[in-house]
Design a protein around this ligand. Structure first.
Ligand code: 13P
Length: 252
């Protein structure tokens, strides 16, 4: 049985005051939440002060990216080692906005994954096809390549720290969600790829999240699919109440 993972991706939104208010509200709302893992990826500048706010709660903080080295001449990058030292245990990697706007490739994502694992971070590894690729029937080919290249030389044991987020690019921030059936089809395929690489146990254990215009009114149908184990939520996570509505409908 996979515990659902519901993660918020704030992207480049909220200042410190707004974030504190948000966490005060979210903490109250989720005080009795059980059987759902809650993660919030805030802008990196806010992570350290917010560690105080989430202490002794069921909310975990996450980074949105980390570098493939622990230190060095990499202006404006984030070291996974520095994150661990301030008590952060999660990072998103390979988000399509990083791939599209900041030249990330399967190879750089793989390097970042390897170093995040070395530093004992848990990872939400994002993959997803563009609208053109979907319309050209290339979805499965693209997903297969992203999974295989992104997880290159990641061991079975290390897979315990990885969740995969399937985020079709055409559904991100557009209000167009993949239908539960469309999402399930790709999630099932991702599990088959994991089965080919790592065998049945790992493929059954690994959580596969859906992301792309997840809202309180569509989470129920998505999460009820066999291979959808949670969500990575952008816009609808920015209000504590709507993020909580998603969380509260997600225990399986
Ligand atoms: P939206 O929920 O705003 O579509 O964003 C999805 C996303 O990119 C989460 O990482």
């Amino acid at each position: 049985m996979r515990t659902p993972l519901i993660a918020a991706n704030f992207k480049m939104n909220k200042n410190l005051d707004e974030a504190f208010n948000y966490f005060n509200e979210l903490k109250k709302l989720t005080a009795d939440t059980k059987n759902v893992e809650i993660v919030v990826a805030t802008p990196h500048l806010l992570l350290y002060p917010l560690t105080q706010s989430v202490k002794n709660t069921n909310i975990q903080l996450s980074a949105q990216n980390v570098h493939w080295e622990d230190s060095g001449a990499f202006t404006a990058e984030t070291s996974p080692k520095t994150l661990k030292a301030i008590g952060i245990n999660y990072t998103i990697l390979g988000h399509s906005e990083r791939r599209k706007m900041f030249c990330e490739t399967d190879e750089t994502v793989n390097k970042r994954i390897k170093n995040a694992l070395k530093n004992n971070l848990k990872i939400i590894f994002c993959i997803g096809e563009s609208l053109d690729q979907r319309e050209n029937n290339e979805t499965i080919k693209v997903i297969t390549e992203q999974v295989k290249k992104g997880l290159k030389s990641v061991s079975k044991e290390e897979m315990n720290n990885i969740s995969i987020a399937y985020e079709p690019i055409w559904a991100i921030g557009t209000g167009k969600t993949a239908t539960p059936e469309q999402a399930q089809e790709v999630h099932k395929k991702i599990r088959e790829i994991l089965n080919d690489i790592y065998g049945n146990e790992i493929s059954q254990k690994t959580r596969i999240l859906y992301g792309g215009s997840v809202k309180p009114n569509n989470i129920k149908d998505l999460i009820s699919q066999n291979d959808i184990d949670g969500a990575l939520v952008g816009g609808a996570s920015l209000k504590a109440e709507s993020f909580f509505e998603i969380i509260s409908q997600s225990s399986k």
